[in-house]
Design a protein around this ligand. Structure first.
Ligand SMILES: Nc1ncnc2c1ncn2[C@@H]1O[C@H](COP(=O)(O)OP(=O)(O)OP(=O)(O)O)[C@@H](O)[C@H]1O
Length: 252
C-alpha cells in the first residue's frame, strides 16, 4: 500500500505482520494490517478475543516491533528504531492506560503521576505544577497522598489517566480501561476520556470489548483473526449485534 504523506495522519500502519514464537513454533497474529489514525481522532479498536487487538496496540505504542511492515507516528518510523531510542520515544510520545491501572502500590497518587516526569530534566517546581495540573484534570486534587490500596478502582484509573497525560504525549493508548470497573464507574471514566479527547484534543486509541466504550469513539477499527474488517461491516451494529445503546455515527 502506498500511503500519501499527509500531515493529518498521526499514525500510519503499513503492511504490518506480527508473528510470535512459542518455542520453535511460529504463531502468526497480524497478517498484513494497513490502517491509520488521524491527528486528534478518538478511535476504538474492536474485535473478538485473540484477534490481535492488544498486539496491534502494543506495536503502535512502540512496546514491540512488527515482524514485517512499518509503523510511522508523527513522521517517525518507530518500527525500525533500536530498543533504547524506542524506549525514549515511547516515554515522551505515548501515554498508557491499562485495565488494571499498573500503579505502584507503595507510592502515593502524586508520586505515581510524577514517575514518568522523573525521566525529564525539569525543575522541581515545574514538575510539581504538571503533576498537580494532571491530578486536577482528573478530579483528584483531594487524593494526592492516598496510596492505590486506599482508593477505589475508579479513582485508581483516574490516577492512571493523570499519569498518561502528565507528559503531554501525542498519543494516548488505552487497553480495556473500563474492564475492571462497574457500569457507573465505567461511564465516568469514559466521560473523562471523552473530555481528554474533546478538550485537550488528544489522539486516543482505545481497545475494548465493550460496545458502550466503543460507542464513545468517532471511528471503529475492527480486527478479525489478524485482518482489518473493511468498510460497511465496520460498525457498532455489525460488531455487537443487538446492542441498543447510544446512536453511533461513523466518522469515516
Ligand atoms: N507474547 C506472545 N507470545 C505468543 N503468543 C502471543 C503473545 N502475545 C499474544 N499472543 C497470541 O496472539 C494472539 C492475539 O493476542 P492479543 O492479545 O493481541 O489478542 P486480543 O484481540 O487483544 O485478545 P483479547 O481481547 O482476549 O485481549 C492470541 O492468540 C495470543 O495468544
Amino acid at each position: 500500500m502506498i500511503t500519501p504523506p499527509t500531515d493529518e495522519r498521526l499514525v500510519v500502519v503499513d503492511g504490518v505482520r506480527k508473528t510470535y514464537m512459542r518455542g520453535a513454533t511460529e504463531v502468526p497474529v497480524l497478517h498484513g494490517v494497513d490502517t491509520h489514525l488521524n491527528r486528534g481522532e478518538f478511535v476504538s479498536l474492536i474485535g473478538p478475543s485473540g484477534s490481535g487487538k492488544s498486539t496491534l496496540l502494543n506495536l503502535i505504542a512502540g512496546l514491540d516491533r512488527p515482524t514485517q511492515g512499518s509503523i510511522t507516528i508523527d513522521g517517525q518510523k518507530i518500527s525500525h528504531m533500536d530498543e533504547s531510542p524506542l524506549a525514549r520515544w515511547r516515554s515522551t510520545n505515548v501515554g498508557f492506560i491499562f485495565q488494571f491501572y499498573h500503579l505502584i502500590p507503595v507510592l502515593t497518587a502524586y508520586e505515581n503521576v510524577e514517575l514518568p516526569l522523573l525521566l525529564y530534566n525539569l525543575s522541581a517546581k515545574r514538575r510539581r505544577e504538571q503533576v498537580l495540573n494532571a491530578l486536577e484534570l482528573v478530579g483528584l486534587s483531594h487524593r494526592l497522598t492516598h496510596r492505590p490500596g486506599h482508593m477505589s478502582g475508579g479513582e485508581q484509573q483516574r490516577v492512571g489517566i493523570a499519569r498518561a497525560l502528565v507528559t503531554d504525549p501525542v498519543l494516548i493508548v488505552a487497553d480495556e480501561p473500563t474492564g475492571d470497573l462497574d457500569g457507573h464507574t465505567s461511564e465516568e471514566i469514559l466521560d473523562l476520556l471523552g473530555a481528554v479527547h474533546e478538550d485537550m484534543k488528544k489522539t486516543i486509541l482505545l481497545v475494548t470489548h465493550d460496545p458502550a466504550a466503543a460507542s464513545r469513539a468517532g471511528r471503529l477499527i475492527r480486527l478479525d483473526s489478524g485482518h482489518i474488517v473493511a468498510g460497511a461491516a465496520n460498525t457498532l451494529e455489525e460488531a455487537f449485534p443487538g446492542w441498543s445503546g447510544a446512536t453511533y455515527e461513523s466518522a469515516h
